[in-house]
Every structure is written in C-alpha cells, then in structure tokens.
Design a protein around this ligand. Sequence first.
Ligand code: SAM
Length: 272
Amino acid sequence: MSGILYLVATPIGNLEDITFRAVRILREVDIIAAEDTRHTRKLLAHFEIHTPLIRYDEYTDAAKIIELLLDGKNIACVSDAGLPAISDPGANLVKAAVEKNIQVCPIPGANAALSALICSALDTTKFTFAGFLPKSTKNRKEILTELSTHAETLIFYEAPHRIKKILEEMLEVFGNRKAVIARELTKIHEEFRRADLISLAENLDAPRGEFVIIVEGCTKIENPVEENFLDVYIKLIEGGTDKKAAIREVAQKFNLSRRAVYNAVLDFENNL
Ligand code: SAM
C-alpha cells in the first residue's frame, strides 16, 4: 500500500494560524518534505514536532519522494509559508503522485493571496491569481497587457524591491484603477493601503516586508490598452511635439504626475 501525500498549509506570519489538524498530521506522518529544512525546523520546534525532515524544493526531483510514498511512507509537504504549490514547490510532486495513483490530501490554512483579497474591499466574486510577474520587463508587459482586459479582480505577489516599478508599469498598461497593497499580513506591521495605482505608486518609499497587490478588474467596455498614456506620448512625439511638452500634456490628460510619465518614458526608451 502506498502512503498518503499531505499538502500542509503553514502560517504566513502569525504562528497561531496553524490548524490543529496541521499540527497532528505533521506529528503523525513518517517524513516532512520541506522547502527549506532550516526554516521549517523552527516551526516544528515551536510546536514540539519531532518528525524527520527532508528537503523538497524546486530543484529536488519529485521521484525521490514518490519512491518513499510507494514504499508506504506517509509524507507531509510544506513550504516556507502558506499553501504548498501556490507560488511554492509542491505542484510537480502532486502531479507525479497522482500519476502513480497515490492519495493526495489537502490540509488547508493560511494563504497570502486570499487573505489580501478578502480584506481588499474589491470584488471577491471573480478573481485571477497571477502570482509573481516575470523578471524581464518585456515578458512582464506582455502579461500585464494580456491581463488588462480581464474583468475580474487581479492578485499579484511581489517582492519589496520591485513593487514601485511594478505599480508604475501597471499604471502604464491598465490606466489608473483602484488597487490595494496588503503588507505583512498576519504580522505585527500588517497594513492595507486601499487607493488607486497613481497614489500607491507615488507614496511608496523604501517599502519593506512581504506584499500582495490587488488590482480592480477592467471596467471599460472598450480595450483599455487604447487608453495607454505611452501610446498618446508616442503620437505626440511623432507629430512633432517636443519631449517636455508631450510629457506635460500626457500628465494632464491622464491625471498623472509629470515624474511618473517621465519615468515611464525613460523605461520605455531604455527597453527599445
Ligand atoms: N505559498 C504562499 C501562499 O500560500 O501564500 C506564497 C509563497 S510565495 C513564495 C511568497 C509571496 O507571497 C511573497 O513574496 C508575498 O508576495 C506573498 N506573501 C507571503 N506571506 C505574506 C505576508 N505575510 N504578507 C503579505 N504577502 C505575503
């Protein structure tokens, strides 16, 4: 008989968010496969769990874990925080386990995307989870452009060093929309900024911590890309308007700061 693969949610900050069932399963399984064993060891120490740990990260071959499951071992897969397989390792393991008819069992709990969404005050009936945007500016713009016509609320994960730039790019592609930054969820410095892309981008200085960005879906019937302020800027330049005047006109038309338009133009020119 094969063992069972449990996908166990762990807290995204506040340790009280672990469930009774998660603690019991982590105690009862034969092995815990963790994204980062050093990180998980601290969690296990807190809850006095002494189950053996092995590493399972994005570079680990799922076959090693599958072998143990086929050998009858019950295994709990955990990531550093939240739900495994959501912008975290686990999805490949589930796929490989299902292919071998191994039972896969969810142990639900904390998740950053849904925790941010439910407090956003934006539409929660339909949403798209977009996870982390790509590293390359070109690929990022392509994805944002594709998402720009989605009517449902958009959810993104983001790292602090990129968040300002990403908000400016969203503004450039989506136009100004309602948006929410959810920071340090369930931790001491938990914070929600509910505003629009312009004011969020302009008022974010040296951000710290972990972030989820929630953006209102497309509410326009026509394609919002037609409203892209860079397109208007390019048309002005092609029509002979000088750069400074074009930036001023675009900033006025789209109710943006000249600095935001200037930065977007610089970015655009650097990526030509
Ligand atoms: N598996 C996790 C989940 O279920 O939410 C997500 C892991 S992903 C590698 C890490 C990203 O999730 C962070 O960069 C951030 O965008 C978001 N995140 C995780 N914890 C968070 C928190 N406490 N507050 C805000 N965002 C968080």
